[in-house]
Design a protein around this ligand. Sequence first.
Ligand code: SF4
Length: 363
Amino acid sequence: MATIHDMDEVEMFFRERRIERDLLRGLRNDFYKKHLDCHIAVQRLPEEWRAPFRLTFPFHPLTLAECQESRQDGTTKLVLSTGDGELVETVVLRMSSGRTSLCLSTQIGCAAGCVFCATGKLGLRRNLEASEILDQLALANRLLAAEGRRLRNVMFMGMGEPFHNLDAVEEAIAVMLSPACFAMSPRRLLISTFGIPDTFVSFAQAHPQVRLALSLHSARQEIRARLMPVAARHSLADLREAILEAGRIQGQDTMLEYAMLAGVNDTQESLGALMAFVRGLPAWVNLIEYNPLGREDGLQGSEEKAFVMFEEELKQAGIWVTRRRSLGRGIDAACGQLARATRAGERGRATTRDAGAVRDRGR
Ligand code: SF4
């Protein structure tokens, strides 16, 4: 089914009915750039075409099912339901720097089965449509516009593996970048993948400015295979080659995500393997605090001294390293956790705003 994001079909609707093109520009500006309610945006159209247009091109394929806010760090997690009753998560991150980012999902569940990931435990239920990916952005924009904030970055880092749903991801990116629609800069988009070497390189070729992140989590094949069984079908040597090639094509560095897990990948041996992997690569390391809240995987986050050891030794080796706080500690903030809790009829432990309140504020 077509939606407002199907750019060609929308334009054809206007052409066939000889509706002035300026009205389409105004409608898109209202919806994509001013984040106004769809009822208001369609007022741009001649009255006789408003209802047919909305019927032909729904604006919101998703509806808000639940919203959790963390009082501790300003994170908002939205659970959105699809037309077929599935649940999708998207997370708004309000950084202390004042920047606002969105972490959006590309699949319902995920086939990769990473042991530390709640989404992996769902298995793959289905791919999201491009319009469902885009609606996460549209709804987050609405929420933030009501707060006087603007989204700066969009990270494809939520539920699912983006390269397992590449057609829809690329379709969504086209609408995000289109000057007529969201008009985002490609440098504000980040795709996080567990790494399929050929796809990593071809994506870099097709999108030379979109940033890439690779979920590494261990540079020791046997440990990576235990943590990420599907990802580890690809050898670390092939991944290294792909990162090198992507760097040559894009002229920018890949972020290597590394969730620090006590006794698993935070030992001196693991650090040595990580340094050997990264040395000479156009890449930097992002150490992630693991959030064990509500998890059943038996894994624990590393202690501070392990972080200090990794940070100091990586820096000494001339490798750029950053550290990501685990945002959303007061809510079910690991990917897939909130959707699972909502599906199971549990409620969040932090502030749970009811969906109607958000809708009222956001629309
Ligand atoms: S970490 Fe990413 S790739 Fe792994 S199971 Fe979770 S969503 Fe899938």
